[in-house]
Design a protein around this ligand. Structure first.
Ligand code: TMP
Length: 214
């Protein structure tokens, strides 16, 4: 199983990815679950993450290809080896992030690039997730959370309108591929959000969760 978690910055993905990992480890066995992330979830990925989040890139295409490059290394070194062993991989961000942050929300790139990216992903052989979960939250609430946590990166300086466009881009992806997505209201407290995520997983995977999901 290949599950990805998505959402704008401050949606609580990383916390929920860890909780999902714990829950699925309980159902499937710890050795059968891997929690990983993009950008930077591979050996050497820290340098790419710093470059991507540092705000020093001037070209939107440079940014696009950097995230794609990071993904290629992450998939070949981490994700595919785990999927080939039959593990369940939970990835904190994946191709929908690039579609939402670089492509669909960005007037300088244009939405026809979404087709280009999808075609490119197929040529590269990037595995398609079995399920993508959107932790949906409005830009103002997410921003307040980030400020409280003191965890702002260069993307966060792009402002409210950008994040509302990213959120709308996620919604467009859900409308296009409704069978592949779960949408959870992420404005609630951590436990309530996780409850929604678990229910979504149970609906999506049923008995594949070891036949004893609760
Ligand atoms: P994170 O802090 O949730 O790991 O995300 C890092 C930042 O990178 C976040 O602001 C979103 C951004 N990002 C993209 O813009 N495109 C991508 O393809 C990925 C994976 C992340």
């Amino acid at each position: 199983m290949f599950i990805v978690l998505e959402g704008i910055d401050g949606s609580g993905k990383t916390t929920q990815a860890a909780r999902l990992g714990e829950w699925l480890s309980g159902l499937l066995g710890r050795e059968r679950v891997l929690v990983t992330k993009e950008p930077g979830g591979w050996l050497g990925g820290d340098a790419v993450r710093r470059l991507a989040l540092g705000g020093g890139l001037s070209s939107v295409w440079g940014e696009f290809f950097l995230f794609m490059m990071d993904r290629c290394e992450h998939v070949s070194g981490v994700v595919m080896p785990a999927l080939e062993k039959g593990m369940c991989v939970i990835c904190d961000r994946y191709t929908p992030s690039t579609l939402a942050y670089q492509v669909l929300s960005n007037p300088l790139i244009g939405s026809e690039a979404a087709e280009y990216m999808t075609g490119m992903s197929e040529v590269i052989g990037l595995p398609r997730p079995d399920c993508a979960c959107l932790l949906d939250i409005d830009a103002d609430t997410a921003r307040r959370r980030l400020e409280t946590r003191g965890k702002l990166n260069s993307f966060d300086a792009r402002g409210r309108d950008y994040f509302e466009r990213v959120r709308a881009a996620y919604d467009a992806l859900i409308k296009r591929f409704p069978d592949e997505w779960i949408k959870v209201d992420a404005s609630e407290d951590e436990n309530t959000v996780f409850g929604g995520l678990k229910r979504g997983m149970e609906r999506m995977f049923g008995t594949r969760l070891g036949g004893h999901a609760t």
